[in-house]
Design a protein around this ligand. Structure first.
Ligand code: BLG
Length: 463
Protein backbone atom coordinates (compact mmCIF):
# COMPACT_ATOMS: atom_id res chain seq x y z
CA UNK A 1 0.00 0.00 0.00
CA UNK A 2 2.24 2.71 -1.25
CA UNK A 3 1.65 6.12 0.15
CA UNK A 4 -0.30 4.86 3.16
CA UNK A 5 0.38 6.76 6.32
CA UNK A 6 2.66 4.70 8.56
CA UNK A 7 2.06 5.38 12.21
CA UNK A 8 5.04 5.75 14.47
CA UNK A 9 5.33 2.64 16.67
CA UNK A 10 4.55 3.14 20.34
CA UNK A 11 7.26 2.72 22.97
CA UNK A 12 5.89 -0.69 23.83
CA UNK A 13 5.81 -1.77 20.19
CA UNK A 14 9.40 -0.63 19.80
CA UNK A 15 10.54 -2.69 22.79
CA UNK A 16 8.77 -5.74 21.39
CA UNK A 17 10.18 -5.20 17.92
CA UNK A 18 13.71 -4.83 19.27
CA UNK A 19 13.17 -7.91 21.40
CA UNK A 20 15.11 -6.19 24.19
CA UNK A 21 14.05 -4.30 27.28
CA UNK A 22 16.83 -1.94 28.34
CA UNK A 23 16.67 -1.09 32.01
CA UNK A 24 18.85 1.29 33.95
CA UNK A 25 19.54 0.58 37.61
CA UNK A 26 22.27 0.82 40.22
CA UNK A 27 24.78 -1.81 41.24
CA UNK A 28 23.87 -2.33 44.90
CA UNK A 29 22.53 -5.13 47.11
CA UNK A 30 19.01 -3.72 47.09
CA UNK A 31 18.84 -3.32 43.34
CA UNK A 32 21.17 -5.35 41.16
CA UNK A 33 24.34 -7.35 41.74
CA UNK A 34 25.96 -10.67 40.92
CA UNK A 35 25.82 -13.64 43.23
CA UNK A 36 26.51 -17.37 43.07
CA UNK A 37 23.91 -17.83 40.36
CA UNK A 38 24.69 -14.78 38.27
CA UNK A 39 22.62 -11.60 38.07
CA UNK A 40 20.26 -10.97 40.96
CA UNK A 41 18.79 -8.30 43.27
CA UNK A 42 15.27 -7.21 44.16
CA UNK A 43 14.85 -4.82 41.23
CA UNK A 44 16.53 -7.24 38.88
CA UNK A 45 14.19 -10.08 39.75
CA UNK A 46 11.12 -7.89 39.49
CA UNK A 47 12.11 -6.44 36.15
CA UNK A 48 13.32 -9.80 34.77
CA UNK A 49 9.83 -11.24 35.25
CA UNK A 50 8.42 -8.22 33.44
CA UNK A 51 10.76 -8.77 30.48
CA UNK A 52 9.81 -12.47 30.46
CA UNK A 53 6.11 -11.51 30.38
CA UNK A 54 6.79 -9.25 27.40
CA UNK A 55 8.71 -12.07 25.76
CA UNK A 56 11.83 -9.94 25.35
CA UNK A 57 15.40 -10.13 26.52
CA UNK A 58 16.43 -8.04 29.52
CA UNK A 59 19.47 -5.84 29.23
CA UNK A 60 20.63 -4.20 32.44
CA UNK A 61 22.67 -1.00 32.41
CA UNK A 62 24.05 0.56 35.57
CA UNK A 63 24.38 4.23 36.42
CA UNK A 64 27.15 5.72 38.54
CA UNK A 65 24.78 7.81 40.60
CA UNK A 66 21.14 8.76 40.87
CA UNK A 67 21.35 11.89 38.73
CA UNK A 68 22.91 9.80 35.99
CA UNK A 69 19.86 7.51 35.93
CA UNK A 70 17.61 10.36 34.88
CA UNK A 71 20.16 11.70 32.41
CA UNK A 72 20.39 8.29 30.72
CA UNK A 73 16.63 7.82 30.78
CA UNK A 74 16.09 11.14 29.03
CA UNK A 75 18.36 10.33 26.08
CA UNK A 76 16.51 9.55 22.84
CA UNK A 77 18.44 6.29 22.49
CA UNK A 78 18.48 5.65 26.23
CA UNK A 79 17.06 2.79 28.29
CA UNK A 80 13.29 2.25 28.33
CA UNK A 81 12.87 2.26 32.06
CA UNK A 82 14.61 2.88 35.36
CA UNK A 83 14.22 0.37 38.19
CA UNK A 84 16.40 1.54 41.03
CA UNK A 85 14.40 2.00 44.21
CA UNK A 86 13.28 5.42 43.04
CA UNK A 87 10.68 7.59 44.68
CA UNK A 88 8.82 10.29 42.84
CA UNK A 89 9.57 13.92 43.63
CA UNK A 90 8.60 17.24 42.11
CA UNK A 91 12.04 17.70 40.62
CA UNK A 92 12.08 14.19 39.18
CA UNK A 93 8.61 14.54 37.69
CA UNK A 94 10.05 17.08 35.27
CA UNK A 95 12.30 14.37 33.89
CA UNK A 96 10.26 11.19 34.19
CA UNK A 97 6.88 9.52 34.64
CA UNK A 98 6.45 7.10 37.51
CA UNK A 99 4.66 3.74 37.72
CA UNK A 100 2.30 2.38 40.35
CA UNK A 101 4.14 1.74 43.62
CA UNK A 102 5.66 -1.65 44.46
CA UNK A 103 7.40 -1.02 47.77
CA UNK A 104 6.67 1.23 50.75
CA UNK A 105 9.75 2.59 52.46
CA UNK A 106 10.38 5.06 55.26
CA UNK A 107 13.50 7.23 55.37
CA UNK A 108 15.35 6.56 58.61
CA UNK A 109 18.08 8.41 60.43
CA UNK A 110 20.79 5.91 61.34
CA UNK A 111 23.24 6.28 64.22
CA UNK A 112 25.89 4.18 65.94
CA UNK A 113 25.03 2.10 68.99
CA UNK A 114 26.70 3.60 72.06
CA UNK A 115 26.37 7.19 70.84
CA UNK A 116 23.51 9.30 72.12
CA UNK A 117 20.40 8.61 70.09
CA UNK A 118 19.02 11.53 68.09
CA UNK A 119 15.24 11.71 68.40
CA UNK A 120 14.27 14.69 66.22
CA UNK A 121 15.47 16.98 63.45
CA UNK A 122 17.04 19.48 65.88
CA UNK A 123 19.39 16.71 67.09
CA UNK A 124 20.96 16.54 63.64
CA UNK A 125 22.71 19.87 64.16
CA UNK A 126 26.45 19.52 64.74
CA UNK A 127 26.63 15.94 63.47
CA UNK A 128 28.71 14.54 60.61
CA UNK A 129 26.05 13.40 58.15
CA UNK A 130 26.53 11.82 54.73
CA UNK A 131 23.95 10.85 52.11
CA UNK A 132 24.01 9.79 48.48
CA UNK A 133 24.40 12.57 45.95
CA UNK A 134 21.22 13.30 44.04
CA UNK A 135 19.15 11.15 46.40
CA UNK A 136 15.70 11.97 47.67
CA UNK A 137 17.38 11.96 51.09
CA UNK A 138 19.62 14.80 50.04
CA UNK A 139 16.48 16.67 48.94
CA UNK A 140 14.92 15.96 52.34
CA UNK A 141 17.93 17.31 54.21
CA UNK A 142 18.02 20.41 52.00
CA UNK A 143 14.38 21.06 52.98
CA UNK A 144 15.17 20.50 56.65
CA UNK A 145 18.16 22.83 56.52
CA UNK A 146 15.83 25.74 55.72
CA UNK A 147 14.29 25.21 59.14
CA UNK A 148 17.50 24.20 60.94
CA UNK A 149 20.34 26.07 59.22
CA UNK A 150 22.83 24.44 61.60
CA UNK A 151 22.42 21.08 59.88
CA UNK A 152 25.48 20.23 57.79
CA UNK A 153 25.66 17.25 55.49
CA UNK A 154 27.83 15.90 52.74
CA UNK A 155 26.49 14.48 49.49
CA UNK A 156 28.75 11.83 48.02
CA UNK A 157 28.65 10.09 44.66
CA UNK A 158 31.60 7.88 45.55
CA UNK A 159 29.64 5.63 47.90
CA UNK A 160 26.68 3.25 48.00
CA UNK A 161 24.14 2.83 50.77
CA UNK A 162 26.12 -0.07 52.23
CA UNK A 163 29.15 2.20 52.50
CA UNK A 164 27.11 4.76 54.39
CA UNK A 165 25.94 2.11 56.84
CA UNK A 166 29.47 0.78 57.23
CA UNK A 167 30.78 4.30 57.87
CA UNK A 168 28.23 4.73 60.65
CA UNK A 169 29.04 1.25 61.97
CA UNK A 170 32.75 2.11 62.13
CA UNK A 171 32.24 5.65 63.42
CA UNK A 172 33.59 7.48 60.33
CA UNK A 173 30.39 9.51 60.16
CA UNK A 174 27.79 10.14 62.88
CA UNK A 175 24.59 9.77 60.92
CA UNK A 176 23.10 8.90 57.59
CA UNK A 177 19.63 8.88 56.10
CA UNK A 178 18.58 5.77 54.20
CA UNK A 179 15.38 3.90 53.39
CA UNK A 180 13.96 1.31 55.77
CA UNK A 181 14.28 -1.54 53.26
CA UNK A 182 18.02 -0.94 52.99
CA UNK A 183 18.32 -0.97 56.77
CA UNK A 184 16.34 -4.21 57.02
CA UNK A 185 18.49 -5.83 54.38
CA UNK A 186 21.84 -4.71 55.75
CA UNK A 187 21.25 -4.88 59.49
CA UNK A 188 22.70 -8.38 59.49
CA UNK A 189 26.09 -7.04 58.39
CA UNK A 190 26.50 -4.07 60.70
CA UNK A 191 26.21 -4.85 64.41
CA UNK A 192 26.47 -1.23 65.58
CA UNK A 193 23.98 0.30 63.21
CA UNK A 194 20.73 1.44 64.83
CA UNK A 195 17.64 3.32 63.69
CA UNK A 196 17.38 6.68 65.46
CA UNK A 197 14.01 7.79 64.11
CA UNK A 198 11.86 7.90 60.98
CA UNK A 199 12.30 11.15 59.10
CA UNK A 200 9.01 11.95 57.43
CA UNK A 201 6.32 9.67 56.12
CA UNK A 202 6.48 6.40 54.27
CA UNK A 203 7.04 6.80 50.54
CA UNK A 204 6.51 4.56 47.57
CA UNK A 205 9.19 3.20 45.30
CA UNK A 206 8.26 3.21 41.64
CA UNK A 207 9.78 2.52 38.27
CA UNK A 208 10.34 5.46 35.97
CA UNK A 209 10.02 5.95 32.23
CA UNK A 210 11.00 8.93 30.10
CA UNK A 211 8.79 11.99 30.54
CA UNK A 212 7.85 12.03 26.85
CA UNK A 213 6.81 8.38 26.74
CA UNK A 214 3.43 7.74 25.10
CA UNK A 215 2.10 5.72 28.08
CA UNK A 216 2.05 2.41 26.21
CA UNK A 217 4.98 1.04 28.20
CA UNK A 218 3.85 2.68 31.42
CA UNK A 219 0.39 1.09 31.15
CA UNK A 220 1.97 -2.30 30.56
CA UNK A 221 4.24 -1.81 33.59
CA UNK A 222 1.32 -0.83 35.78
CA UNK A 223 -0.70 -3.87 34.70
CA UNK A 224 2.30 -6.08 35.48
CA UNK A 225 2.91 -4.53 38.91
CA UNK A 226 -0.78 -4.92 39.78
CA UNK A 227 -0.58 -8.57 38.73
CA UNK A 228 2.47 -9.45 40.84
CA UNK A 229 0.93 -7.64 43.77
CA UNK A 230 -2.22 -9.77 43.50
CA UNK A 231 -0.62 -13.15 42.84
CA UNK A 232 1.84 -12.93 45.75
CA UNK A 233 5.05 -12.77 43.67
CA UNK A 234 5.87 -9.30 44.95
CA UNK A 235 5.41 -10.33 48.58
CA UNK A 236 7.68 -13.35 48.12
CA UNK A 237 10.41 -11.14 46.70
CA UNK A 238 10.04 -8.70 49.58
CA UNK A 239 10.34 -11.53 52.10
CA UNK A 240 13.44 -12.88 50.43
CA UNK A 241 15.28 -9.61 50.18
CA UNK A 242 14.02 -7.59 53.10
CA UNK A 243 12.67 -10.24 55.46
CA UNK A 244 15.88 -11.05 57.36
CA UNK A 245 15.04 -8.85 60.26
CA UNK A 246 11.48 -10.21 60.32
CA UNK A 247 12.84 -13.72 60.51
CA UNK A 248 15.81 -13.16 62.79
CA UNK A 249 14.19 -10.43 64.84
CA UNK A 250 16.15 -7.22 65.48
CA UNK A 251 18.22 -8.79 68.24
CA UNK A 252 18.92 -11.84 66.06
CA UNK A 253 20.02 -9.56 63.24
CA UNK A 254 22.50 -7.67 65.49
CA UNK A 255 23.76 -10.95 66.86
CA UNK A 256 24.23 -12.43 63.42
CA UNK A 257 26.13 -9.33 62.35
CA UNK A 258 28.38 -9.64 65.39
CA UNK A 259 29.06 -13.30 64.76
CA UNK A 260 29.72 -12.57 61.11
CA UNK A 261 32.49 -10.18 62.10
CA UNK A 262 33.85 -11.93 65.17
CA UNK A 263 33.40 -15.66 64.65
CA UNK A 264 33.20 -16.51 60.97
CA UNK A 265 36.67 -15.15 60.04
CA UNK A 266 38.23 -17.76 62.37
CA UNK A 267 36.66 -20.61 60.39
CA UNK A 268 36.31 -19.17 56.90
CA UNK A 269 39.44 -20.88 55.63
CA UNK A 270 38.31 -24.27 56.96
CA UNK A 271 34.94 -23.85 55.22
CA UNK A 272 36.64 -22.89 51.97
CA UNK A 273 39.10 -25.79 52.11
CA UNK A 274 36.34 -28.31 52.87
CA UNK A 275 34.11 -26.82 50.18
CA UNK A 276 36.85 -27.11 47.58
CA UNK A 277 37.53 -30.72 48.51
CA UNK A 278 33.88 -31.76 48.50
CA UNK A 279 32.74 -29.56 45.61
CA UNK A 280 30.11 -27.56 47.50
CA UNK A 281 29.61 -23.85 48.03
CA UNK A 282 31.58 -22.78 51.12
CA UNK A 283 28.81 -20.41 52.08
CA UNK A 284 26.39 -23.32 52.30
CA UNK A 285 28.77 -25.07 54.71
CA UNK A 286 29.16 -21.84 56.68
CA UNK A 287 25.37 -21.46 56.83
CA UNK A 288 25.12 -25.03 58.17
CA UNK A 289 27.77 -24.29 60.76
CA UNK A 290 25.84 -21.24 61.90
CA UNK A 291 22.60 -23.18 62.19
CA UNK A 292 24.31 -26.04 64.04
CA UNK A 293 26.45 -24.19 66.55
CA UNK A 294 26.40 -20.43 65.87
CA UNK A 295 30.01 -21.07 64.77
CA UNK A 296 31.08 -22.38 68.17
CA UNK A 297 33.37 -25.43 68.05
CA UNK A 298 32.77 -26.85 71.52
CA UNK A 299 28.97 -27.05 71.83
CA UNK A 300 27.13 -30.24 72.76
CA UNK A 301 23.42 -30.82 72.18
CA UNK A 302 21.02 -32.45 74.63
CA UNK A 303 21.32 -35.58 72.55
CA UNK A 304 25.12 -35.71 72.77
CA UNK A 305 25.73 -34.51 69.24
CA UNK A 306 28.85 -32.31 69.27
CA UNK A 307 30.99 -29.67 67.65
CA UNK A 308 30.75 -26.88 65.09
CA UNK A 309 28.96 -29.08 62.54
CA UNK A 310 27.15 -31.17 65.18
CA UNK A 311 28.28 -34.65 64.23
CA UNK A 312 26.93 -37.74 65.97
CA UNK A 313 29.51 -40.18 67.22
CA UNK A 314 28.64 -42.57 64.39
CA UNK A 315 28.97 -39.92 61.70
CA UNK A 316 32.25 -38.69 63.15
CA UNK A 317 33.67 -42.20 63.16
CA UNK A 318 32.50 -42.91 59.61
CA UNK A 319 34.03 -39.64 58.37
CA UNK A 320 37.33 -40.23 60.10
CA UNK A 321 36.90 -37.43 62.63
CA UNK A 322 38.92 -38.24 65.76
CA UNK A 323 38.08 -35.08 67.68
CA UNK A 324 34.62 -33.63 67.11
CA UNK A 325 35.52 -30.47 69.05
CA UNK A 326 38.29 -29.59 66.62
CA UNK A 327 36.67 -27.03 64.31
CA UNK A 328 38.71 -27.95 61.27
CA UNK A 329 37.98 -31.67 61.62
CA UNK A 330 34.31 -31.04 62.32
CA UNK A 331 33.91 -28.87 59.23
CA UNK A 332 35.77 -31.33 57.03
CA UNK A 333 33.70 -34.24 58.41
CA UNK A 334 30.42 -32.35 57.98
CA UNK A 335 31.27 -31.43 54.40
CA UNK A 336 32.24 -34.99 53.56
CA UNK A 337 29.06 -36.34 55.11
CA UNK A 338 26.90 -33.82 53.24
CA UNK A 339 28.53 -34.74 49.92
CA UNK A 340 28.08 -38.43 50.67
CA UNK A 341 24.37 -38.26 51.50
CA UNK A 342 23.79 -35.99 48.54
CA UNK A 343 25.39 -38.51 46.20
CA UNK A 344 23.18 -41.24 47.64
CA UNK A 345 19.94 -39.37 46.90
CA UNK A 346 17.61 -40.58 44.18
CA UNK A 347 18.81 -39.43 40.74
CA UNK A 348 15.36 -38.00 40.06
CA UNK A 349 15.84 -35.24 42.63
CA UNK A 350 17.21 -32.21 40.83
CA UNK A 351 18.93 -29.05 42.03
CA UNK A 352 18.22 -26.90 43.95
CA UNK A 353 15.88 -29.37 45.69
CA UNK A 354 18.72 -31.87 45.83
CA UNK A 355 20.66 -29.59 48.15
CA UNK A 356 17.65 -29.06 50.44
CA UNK A 357 17.04 -32.82 50.58
CA UNK A 358 20.69 -33.44 51.45
CA UNK A 359 20.45 -30.91 54.28
CA UNK A 360 17.31 -32.55 55.61
CA UNK A 361 18.99 -35.97 55.55
CA UNK A 362 22.02 -34.47 57.31
CA UNK A 363 19.72 -33.51 60.14
CA UNK A 364 17.13 -36.26 60.39
CA UNK A 365 18.78 -39.16 58.54
CA UNK A 366 18.22 -40.57 55.07
CA UNK A 367 15.78 -43.24 56.25
CA UNK A 368 13.29 -40.81 57.72
CA UNK A 369 13.60 -38.58 54.69
CA UNK A 370 12.69 -41.54 52.49
CA UNK A 371 9.66 -42.20 54.68
CA UNK A 372 8.51 -38.61 54.16
CA UNK A 373 9.00 -38.96 50.40
CA UNK A 374 6.85 -42.09 50.40
CA UNK A 375 4.14 -40.29 52.35
CA UNK A 376 4.28 -37.49 49.77
CA UNK A 377 3.80 -39.95 46.95
CA UNK A 378 0.80 -41.52 48.69
CA UNK A 379 -0.76 -38.07 49.06
CA UNK A 380 -0.37 -37.39 45.34
CA UNK A 381 2.44 -34.92 45.98
CA UNK A 382 5.81 -34.86 44.24
CA UNK A 383 8.41 -36.84 46.26
CA UNK A 384 11.22 -35.08 44.39
CA UNK A 385 10.16 -31.57 45.35
CA UNK A 386 11.25 -30.09 48.67
CA UNK A 387 8.13 -27.89 48.78
CA UNK A 388 6.00 -31.06 48.91
CA UNK A 389 8.18 -33.29 51.07
CA UNK A 390 8.61 -30.65 53.75
CA UNK A 391 4.86 -30.77 54.29
CA UNK A 392 5.13 -34.49 55.11
CA UNK A 393 8.14 -34.44 57.43
CA UNK A 394 6.27 -33.16 60.52
CA UNK A 395 3.91 -36.16 60.18
CA UNK A 396 6.78 -38.42 61.24
CA UNK A 397 6.17 -37.19 64.78
CA UNK A 398 2.50 -38.28 64.75
CA UNK A 399 1.67 -41.87 65.54
CA UNK A 400 -1.10 -42.23 62.98
CA UNK A 401 1.51 -41.58 60.29
CA UNK A 402 4.82 -42.87 61.64
CA UNK A 403 3.30 -46.19 62.71
CA UNK A 404 2.94 -46.99 59.03
CA UNK A 405 6.45 -45.95 57.98
CA UNK A 406 9.55 -48.08 57.71
CA UNK A 407 11.79 -46.08 60.05
CA UNK A 408 9.08 -44.96 62.47
CA UNK A 409 9.08 -41.93 64.76
CA UNK A 410 11.22 -38.87 64.04
CA UNK A 411 11.09 -35.23 65.11
CA UNK A 412 10.20 -34.35 61.55
CA UNK A 413 9.60 -30.67 62.24
CA UNK A 414 13.30 -30.16 63.03
CA UNK A 415 14.69 -30.69 59.49
CA UNK A 416 12.05 -28.32 58.09
CA UNK A 417 13.29 -25.48 60.33
CA UNK A 418 16.85 -26.62 59.79
CA UNK A 419 16.62 -26.27 56.02
CA UNK A 420 14.65 -23.00 56.16
CA UNK A 421 17.19 -21.38 58.48
CA UNK A 422 20.17 -22.57 56.47
CA UNK A 423 18.65 -21.22 53.29
CA UNK A 424 18.17 -17.88 54.98
CA UNK A 425 21.77 -17.76 56.27
CA UNK A 426 23.02 -18.95 52.90
CA UNK A 427 21.26 -16.06 51.18
CA UNK A 428 22.67 -13.58 53.67
CA UNK A 429 26.18 -14.97 53.33
CA UNK A 430 25.93 -14.88 49.57
CA UNK A 431 25.11 -11.20 49.67
CA UNK A 432 27.93 -10.61 52.08
CA UNK A 433 30.58 -12.12 49.89
CA UNK A 434 31.69 -11.26 46.41
CA UNK A 435 31.85 -13.96 43.78
CA UNK A 436 35.21 -12.87 42.50
CA UNK A 437 36.72 -13.60 45.92
CA UNK A 438 35.46 -17.19 45.75
CA UNK A 439 38.18 -19.64 46.69
CA UNK A 440 40.72 -16.85 46.83
CA UNK A 441 43.15 -17.93 49.51
CA UNK A 442 44.89 -14.59 49.42
CA UNK A 443 41.69 -12.76 50.28
CA UNK A 444 42.08 -10.30 53.13
CA UNK A 445 39.95 -12.43 55.45
CA UNK A 446 37.24 -9.82 55.61
CA UNK A 447 33.71 -10.28 54.37
CA UNK A 448 32.84 -8.23 51.36
CA UNK A 449 29.48 -6.75 50.78
CA UNK A 450 28.46 -6.19 47.19
CA UNK A 451 29.08 -2.65 46.13
CA UNK A 452 31.53 -1.74 48.86
CA UNK A 453 34.76 -2.60 47.13
CA UNK A 454 33.69 -1.28 43.79
CA UNK A 455 32.70 2.04 45.25
CA UNK A 456 35.51 2.81 47.64
CA UNK A 457 35.84 6.56 48.04
CA UNK A 458 37.64 7.74 44.95
CA UNK A 459 41.35 8.32 45.34
CA UNK A 460 42.96 11.63 44.59
CA UNK A 461 44.41 11.59 41.08
CA UNK A 462 48.19 11.09 41.16
CA UNK A 463 49.79 14.10 39.61
C1 BLG B 1 21.93 -36.36 62.64
C2 BLG B 1 23.10 -37.11 62.00
C3 BLG B 1 22.58 -38.14 61.01
C4 BLG B 1 21.54 -39.03 61.67
C5 BLG B 1 20.45 -38.13 62.27
O1 BLG B 1 21.05 -37.27 63.22
O2 BLG B 1 22.43 -35.50 63.60
N1 BLG B 1 23.91 -36.16 61.28
C6 BLG B 1 25.17 -35.92 61.57
O3 BLG B 1 25.79 -36.53 62.42
C7 BLG B 1 25.85 -34.85 60.80
O4 BLG B 1 23.66 -38.94 60.59
O5 BLG B 1 20.99 -39.87 60.68
S1 BLG B 1 21.13 -41.45 60.73
O6 BLG B 1 22.55 -41.77 60.74
O7 BLG B 1 20.46 -41.94 59.53
O8 BLG B 1 20.45 -41.87 61.96
C8 BLG B 1 19.35 -38.92 62.93
O9 BLG B 1 19.82 -39.65 64.01
C9 BLG B 1 22.59 -33.17 63.99
C10 BLG B 1 21.67 -34.32 63.78
C11 BLG B 1 20.77 -34.33 64.96
C12 BLG B 1 20.65 -32.90 65.34
N2 BLG B 1 21.85 -32.21 64.82
C13 BLG B 1 23.04 -32.52 62.73
O10 BLG B 1 22.01 -31.79 62.14
C14 BLG B 1 20.51 -32.66 66.82
O11 BLG B 1 21.48 -32.51 67.50
N3 BLG B 1 19.27 -32.58 67.29
C15 BLG B 1 18.95 -32.41 68.70
C16 BLG B 1 18.90 -30.95 69.04
S2 BLG B 1 18.55 -30.74 70.72
O12 BLG B 1 19.48 -31.49 71.50
O13 BLG B 1 17.21 -31.22 70.93
O14 BLG B 1 18.68 -29.35 70.98
Amino acid sequence: MLGACVEKPSTLERVKEDGVLRVITRNSPATYFEDRNGETGFEYELVKRFADDLGVELKIETADNLDDIFIQLGKPDGPALAAAGLVSSEKRLQQAKFSHPYLEVTPQIIYRNGQSRPTNAADLVGKRIMVLKGSSHAEQLAELKKQYPGIEYEESDAVEVVDLLRMVDEGQIDLTLVDSNEVAMNQVYFPNVRVAFDLGDARSQRWAVMAGEDNSLLNEINAYLDKVEKNGTLQRLKDRYYGHVDVLGYVGAYTFAQHLQQRLPKYEKFFKDAAKKEQVDWRLLAAMGYQESLWQPTVTSKTGVRGLMMLTQNTAQAMGVSNRLDAQQSIMGGAKYLALIKSELDDDIEEPDRTWFALAAYNVGGGHLDDARKLAKKEGLNPNKWLDVKKMLPRLAQKQWYSKTRYGYARGGEPVHFVANIRRYYDILTWATQPQLEGDQAADGKLHIPGINKTKPKEEPQL
